[in-house]
Design a protein around this ligand. Structure first.
Ligand SMILES: [Zn+2]
Length: 219
């Protein structure tokens, strides 16, 4: 209310309140996510993330296969991502020329996947959006909004990077065990070990993978 009153008293912003207001319901979006169906397929994903084989990977593959049965899941696109995609997509109306507010009001903190998707979106697009933050948990099912390949690849890189950080924190991998970090925009090949450790310290506060499980995202 204070913001609205301030808005109405601002000579610069007051004219905006002379327009009529309307409420639009953002259409519900879902994505069909293809899940790995065998231990080998999960094992390949884990090897791609870690870029080598580890003795713990068969056990984790079994855990993932049990946790995510079935070949396909219809996953909802969470509301903040749906809204960002909706207001970023021109619909031929006069609102296409009106830039939206870049702060997305959400009643709860965003999940990790939404937080990373918004971060990826902001890196790929000219316009930037923000929510009040993330609670750092991974909420399955989660569907990625339809988008271009660069956005999907950026998102995949960030999820892989978070999982890699989790493996380092949990002791399943060590930086000195002759492994190579996955290439993502945040993992420059020129980064020295201290820079990598610094990045891991930064993500430590928000990485929270339940039970060592990693979600699969369809491209
Ligand atoms: Zn979410």
């Amino acid at each position: 209310m204070q913001t609205l009153v301030g808005f109405a008293n601002s000579p610069r912003l007051r004219p905006a309140l002379q327009f009529s207001m309307s409420i639009l319901k953002v259409p519900k979006q879902t994505r069909a996510v293809r899940l790995p169906q065998s231990l080998d397929q999960w094992g390949t994903i884990l090897q791609n993330v870690t870029q080598r084989s580890y003795s713990w990977q068969p056990d984790v593959s079994k855990e993932l296969l049990d946790a995510f049965p079935g070949s396909q899941r219809i996953c909802p696109v969470h509301c903040e991502c749906s809204l960002i995609q909706h207001i970023s997509t021109p619909d031929g109306s006069s609102w296409d020329n009106v830039p939206p507010f870049n702060y997305i009001g959400v009643s709860k903190l965003s999940c990790s996947a939404c937080h990373l998707w918004i971060k990826s979106y902001n890196e790929q697009e000219e316009r930037r959006f923000y929510t009040k933050g993330s609670h750092g948990k991974w909420c399955w099912p989660w569907g990625m909004p339809e988008g271009g390949k660069p956005l999907s690849e950026c998102m995949s890189g960030k999820v892989s990077s978070e999982y890699y950080s989790y493996l380092l924190e949990s002791g399943l991998m060590r930086l000195d065990d002759d492994s190579t970090p996955p290439h993502t925009p945040e993992w420059d090949e020129d980064s020295d070990e201290e820079e990598v450790r610094d990045m891991i310290r930064k993500v430590r506060s928000r990485v929270s993978m339940s039970g060592g499980r990693v979600a699969a995202f369809s491209h």
